[in-house]
Design a protein around this ligand. Structure first.
Ligand SMILES: *[C@@H]1O[C@H](CO)[C@@H](O)[C@H](O)[C@H]1NC(C)=O
Ligand SMILES: *[C@@H]1O[C@H](CO)[C@@H](O)[C@H](O)[C@H]1NC(C)=O
Length: 362
């Protein structure tokens, strides 16, 4: 009886195997189900289609927080019995066009993560077929292309999800004045403020969100550009349409501009220090240290304004010797009518102001 059944299966493989429908995308296949596992000897054929999809193929997140990269799979028609499905996630960093690296693999409730992802990733599994990847916390080089692969027996299907950092772009100039930094100095200036030179894509996104700035700044690609929302005489004239205006690729050593910096990190906390008296710059740096923190950097203040909603109508010293304050809700006597980080430039260091401190809690 048993032998007979095996022969029958083999025969059907031979008969139907060659004629089995295979669509060019490779995701139809023939599957043999043995009477739902009972032993009544019935054999039937079913065409099962494995679908893998992601409702969001571009995900942006803030460094230091967590993120879920969505991936779902389902069978068509719906199966009455769960199948043994393997989920595998791969990652290809932005900087590396080369090979994919393993992130994690999961079969049933067992899973294993690799390399830098060890201990930081798990599958969400909020419903059957949910293979979404949860990463916590996000580290500085986690961006890139992720691929969710579902493997069922011989078949596999996958979907790709891109992860980028949501950040904030801010213009920066040297404490000594405008248009004084060559490319290398601009790059270093951003890094000193806990940020990086912005890419064109980041500046463009910031322009779309309303960044209007009349001074050209270096970008990562070695160009100098500036974003204009409202064309005006004082800012390149009214003949040109709104947009990001470019001076093109410039000489990295000889040409001098300001910088556009990009930051995406909420690792620590930025706060205005409640202190009974105002402080000069030296004192300001000291009191933050006495608090167990440090005087905040410009990038940290921008990130706190943008991602944590820091709103404080008090001017405070920052690490670079500038004095600024962050406003979410514009109001009387608190700068202009738009939300933003207001700057008083770089006042003489003996003048007395408040201070913004920065503390990392973990
Ligand atoms: C993930 O981040 C969100 C805020 O972005 C937070 O509310 C949530 O608690 C975090 N989840 C975990 C598990 O840390
Ligand atoms: C700030 O004040 C202290 C005295 O409290 C003084 O020693 C220091 O030199 C002052 N710093 C500056 C930059 O004026």
């Amino acid at each position: 009886m048993r032998i007979l059944r095996h022969l029958l299966v083999l025969l059907m493989h031979l008969v139907l195997g060659s004629g089995a429908q295979r669509f060019s995308n490779g995701y139809y296949y023939q599957d043999i189900i043995n009477g739902n596992g009972n032993d009544n000897g019935e054999i039937y054929f079913q065409k099962i289609r494995l679908h893998v999809e992601s409702p969001e193929t571009l995900v942006s997140a803030v460094q230091g927080s967590n993120v879920t990269l969505p991936c779902h799979y389902r069978y068509e028609p719906v199966l009455s019995e769960p199948r043994r499905t393997r989920v595998k996630w791969f990652w290809q960093p932005v900087s590396d066009e080369g090979r994919e690296r393993d992130v994690m693999v999961a079969i049933g409730t067992r899973h294993r993560s690799y390399g830098d992802f060890k201990g930081r990733v798990r599958l969400r599994r909020s419903a059957p077929g949910d293979a979404s990847l949860f990463i916590n916390p996000l580290q500085s080089d986690d961006t890139g292309r992720y691929r969710c692969e579902i493997i069922d027996g011989l078949e596999d299907e996958s979907v790709t999800v891109h992860l980028k950092f949501r950040g904030v772009v801010f213009p920066y100039h040297s404490p000594r004045g405008r248009y004084l930094m060559n490319f290398h100095e601009a790059k270093e200036a951003c890094e000193k403020q806990d940020a990086h030179l912005a890419t064109f894509e980041q500046l463009y996104a910031a322009w779309e969100e309303g960044l209007d700035w009349c001074n050209a700044g270096w970008l990562m690609d070695g160009t100098a550009q500036y974003p204009v929302v409202v064309p005006r005489e004082a800012c390149g004239g009214t003949d040109l349409a709104p947009g990001v205006r470019s001076y093109g690729v410039r000489d990295k050593s000889l040409d001098r501009f300001d910088a556009f910096c990009f930051t995406s990190s909420i690792r620590g906390e930025v706060y205005f220090l409640q202190h009974p008296i105002k402080l000069n710059f030296t004192e300001a740096a000291e009191v933050c240290q006495n608090e167990g923190g440090r005087i905040a950097k410009v990038g940290q203040l921008y990130a706190a304004w943008r991602f944590v909603g820091l709103d404080q109508c008090d001017a405070g010293w920052l690490a670079d010797g500038s004095v600024r304050y962050p406003i979410i809700q514009p109001r009387m006597n608190c700068g202009t009518s738009e939300p933003g980080v207001r700057s008083f430039g770089f006042p003489p260091k003996h003048l007395k102001h408040g201070v913004y401190c920065y503390k990392v809690h973990w």
